[in-house]
Design a protein around this ligand. Structure first.
Ligand code: HEM
Length: 394
């Protein structure tokens, strides 16, 4: 690949175990280097600063998703009919299927159920005193509420958790972690294909809408599988990561918990701050359709695969003052953790409903959240979250 200036080449490895455990020092180094850097180890460009990430996400004609948003060809080809791998106008048309079912109006009837389930769960966990915030708390609503909304059969829901994490890993670059995830993704594809073929989804659910569109001839079978994957994959790990990162942050910052308890109106701002601080999706990519001048002498050639980091943009000191400080009063509504532009998260309304319900229920009943053991990170090429997070509440 022809490069602009040698100073903007970096041999940083963003996918090592160390980097996935704590990516922030390398993000800062790359932001300070320039608005984008060429990562020589992975043959990828990396856009790290808030302004440039937001501009790239807002310009789909230059930063196209149509060649996939993953970092290897196998992934991008296998999921070419997923919504996230399309550009408008095709993407706009298919996205309608999601947004109809996930609009605030469409979700109104389930909001009460979500609140009730969150409150019941918190009561149960308070009685127990200590628990794992990932398996006992964060997974509950996504596994039960979201899967019910999709109309997913009861059997196989737990299995999906592991398969969905595999999907995100399989989007990584050519590293052993990516290769290791392939069997999980094959199992996911086979499972989704089987569910579509058997029409094994509950009538009335989100998934059923996709089956009906397929039956009417509006989408081919691969399209139905790809769109279904959009629900189950996108809805699981991301929401679970946001909820567990929230618990982790509050356990480490009791004064922020006190602030939230004192003013429950801060719940939406607190969720935005959690997603800003610990963006559940850290990176995805696009391919440039023309040469792009990002300023400061950085020219990205046409046809380059460009990684944009939601995680790094959300910690950019050029945009967020004192970005490493967790502050529930910050109200960072313009963070990029749910994406931006045409592909901005289609399920954020639902994710917010769930996370607000859990934060509200916890803040009403729990005075303190304390660590009760070493957290274990769920290392993943794309997502950032925990495998286990022991906590104590009172
Ligand atoms: C805290 C939870 C969540 C986070 C942080 C999150 C984050 C994101 C991000 C960053 C994107 C943008 C991808 C891009 O730029 O290419 C995205 C897209 C998407 N998300 Fe979410 N998401 C969450 C929850 C959900 C849920 C619950 C659903 C479904 C019920 C969902 C469905 C989708 C879909 C379908 C897309 C693709 C939209 C498109 O390509 O037009 N997400 N999400």
């Amino acid at each position: 690949m022809t490069l602009a200036a040698p100073a903007l080449v970096s041999d940083a490895d963003l996918f090592s175990e160390e980097a996935l455990t704590d990516p922030y020092p390398q993000y800062k180094m790359l932001r300070d280097l320039g608005p984008a850097a060429y990562l020589s180890r992975h043959d990828l460009w990396f856009v790290s600063r808030y302004d440039q990430v937001r501009a790239a996400l807002g310009d789909w004609e230059t930063f196209s998703s149509a060649q996939g948003i993953g970092l290897n060809d196998g992934f991008n080809q296998a999921w070419s009919s997923a919504l996230i791998h399309m550009d408008p106008p095709e993407q706009t048309e298919q996205r309608r299927l999601f947004t109809e079912r996930l609009s605030p109006r469409a979700l109104r009837p389930v909001a009460e159920d979500i609140d009730r389930r969150a409150r019941g769960l918190v009561e149960l966990l308070l009685e127990r005193g200590s628990f794992d915030a990932v398996t006992d708390l964060a997974q509950d609503l996504p596994v039960h509420v979201i899967m019910d909304l999709i109309g997913w059969p009861q059997e196989g829901r737990d299995q999906l958790l592991d398969m969905a994490a595999g999907w995100f890993d399989s989007a990584g670059p050519d590293v052993p972690r990516t290769a290791a995830s392939v069997p999980k993704v094959q199992a996911l594809m086979a499972y989704l294909a089987e569910v579509v073929a058997k029409e094994n989804l509950m009538p009335g659910g989100f998934g059923w809408t996709l089956l009906e569109a397929h039956r009417r001839g509006e989408i081919p079978v691969e399209g139905a599988i790809g769109l279904l994957a959009g629900y189950v994959v996108a809805a699981f790990d991301t929401t679970i990561a946001a909820l567990s990162s929230g618990v982790w942050l509050f356990a480490r910052h009791p004064e922020q918990w006190d602030a939230l308890r004192a003013d429950p109106a801060l719940v939406p701002s607190a969720l935005n701050e959690i997603v800003r601080m610990e963006s559940p999706i850290q990176v995805f990519s696009r391919v440039t359709t023309r040469e792009v001048d990002l300023g400061e002498g950085v020219l990205i050639p046409a046809g380059a695969r460009v990684l944009h980091s939601y995680g790094s943009a959300n910690r950019d000191e050029r945009h967020f003052p004192d970005p490493d400080r967790f502050d529930v009063g910050r109200a960072p509504a313009d963070h990029l953790g749910f994406g931006f532009g045409k592909h901005a998260c289609a399920g954020q309304g639902l994710a917010r409903l769930e996370a607000h319900a859990v934060l509200k229920a916890l803040s009403e009943r729990v005075e303190r959240i304390e660590p009760a053991g070493e957290p274990v990170r769920a290392l993943n090429n794309i997502t950032r979250g925990f495998a286990s997070l022991p906590v104590r509440v009172r």
